[in-house]
Design a protein around this ligand. Structure first.
Ligand SMILES: *Cc1c(COP(=O)(O)O)cnc(C)c1O
Length: 376
């Protein structure tokens, strides 16, 4: 098998027990466990609103759909975003006929506030920040910029489940935060996500849009007394984006272990850092922002001959990954090619080393040893 980049860990019996409750009750859809997951997520993060969805991608889409609709943005209005991310992030902007304006990244591989400020025009409506690998980078400077220029702030927290800054879960300053519980994220289910709007009114619209525009969900209706269970209105051309109780069951179990799991991820990362500390001229671990306790979804190093190193590690049955290819290299975003030199340079040099809960210190030593052997 070798050492894989990601390998999710599930508490199988606990997950099955939660799922069994759904099956016995005969309720696997929206409501029941999805409501419980939303309540637990609000408690855990301190968010005022949370809606459980079938992915983070759809959550990001809803974020732009709702902000555009409610703030009267026009087609072609601009959202400043990062080229170092999974394509979902930027596609979500494009779904709504908005334009992605790429800004460069800093040493944390997150949006660089200085370049963001330079990219602001009179068409800019929002900034989309990605906490890469769980790192919060210079997020709070972006918060300040958004206040100063009256821009909306969307936080793509796909990697950030459980990340903290000064002991708190960040996101209160954002207009909307979107988490991913996809199969290999640090809070894995199978596919699901959570969207947390700051504004209650937007959360309410979001619940309708995620369920075909229907203004009363089936679970609420099932508890209605009287003969009007069937009578709902359809207020929007909505989507089928909501999550279900079987997947929420897995999320509920994973959430119980999230802090413990993340602290082991930080331990693995600390072992990597320790191994590389005498080779800082050749192997540069991407730093974590000061005061950030990262979820450590990723452990990323910067090296000179990344592609060769990747192949050499594959020879030893070590399977790292790359997060991410500069998005302006893709056809879809080629209009922005050359606008983010730091992102471009780093995207050729970064490598994500295996990091998952089934790894031991010996595994880290084995991976780190081979990285060191090759770069020397
Ligand atoms: C995985 C990921 C997403 C999309 O999450 P899904 O739940 O798979 O839709 C969005 N943004 C980033 C940065 C991601 O890594």
């Amino acid at each position: 098998m070798g050492i894989q980049l990601f390998k999710p860990t599930f508490r199988v019996d606990e997950c099955l027990n939660e799922i069994r409750e759904c099956l016995e009750l005969g309720w696997t859809g929206l409501g029941f466990k999805t409501v419980e997951m939303e309540e637990k997520w609000k408690q855990y993060t301190g968010a005022g609103n949370a809606h459980f969805l079938n992915s983070a991608t759809v959550g990001l889409h809803l974020a732009f759909k709702i902000l555009k609709q409610e703030c009267a943005w026009q087609d072609g209005d601009e959202v400043i975003s990062t080229p170092i991310t999974f394509v979902s992030t930027n596609h979500a902007v494009m779904y709504e006929n908005l334009k992605v304006k790429f800004a460069d990244v800093d040493q944390y591989l997150c949006l660089d506030p200085e370049d963001v400020e330079k990219k602001i025009t009179d068409k800019t409506r929002a900034v989309l920040f990605v906490g890469l690998g769980g790192n919060t980078g210079q997020y709070y400077k972006i918060v300040d910029l958004c206040k100063k220029y009256n821009l909306k702030l969307i936080l793509d927290a796909a990697h950030m489940s459980g990340s903290r800054v000064n002991g708190e879960i960040p996101g209160k300053d954002a207009d909307v935060v979107v988490y991913s519980f996809q199969a290999v994220k640090n809070l894995p289910t199978a596919d699901s996500g959570m969207i947390c709007f700051k504004e209650k009114a937007y959360d309410e619209i979001c619940r309708k849009l995620a369920w075909l525009g229907i203004n009363k969900d089936t679970f609420a209706r099932s508890r209605d007394k009287g003969a009007y269970k069937w009578k709902y209105d359809v207020e929007y051309i909505g989507y089928k984006y909501h999550g279900n109780s079987v997947i929420a069951s897995m999320g509920l179990v994973q959430l119980k272990y999230l802090d413990m799991d993340n602290s082991y991820r930080r331990q693995l990362s600390a072992w990597y850092n320790e191994s590389f500390k005498d080779y800082s001229d050749k192997i540069k671990p991407v730093p974590v922002a000061e005061n950030c306790e990262s979820s450590r979804h990723l452990y990323i190093i910067e090296v000179e001959n990344r592609d060769e190193l990747l192949l050499a590690l594959n020879e030893c049955e070590i399977y790292p990954g790359v997060h991410y290819r500069d998005n302006t290299e893709y056809d879809m975003y080629a209009y922005a090619k050359g606008t983010c030199p730091n992102a471009h340079r780093l995207s050729e040099r970064v490598l994500s080393l295996p990091l998952h809960l089934q790894m031991t210190k010996d595994d880290v030593d084995f991976v780190a040893g081979n990285v060191i052997k090759y770069v020397r």
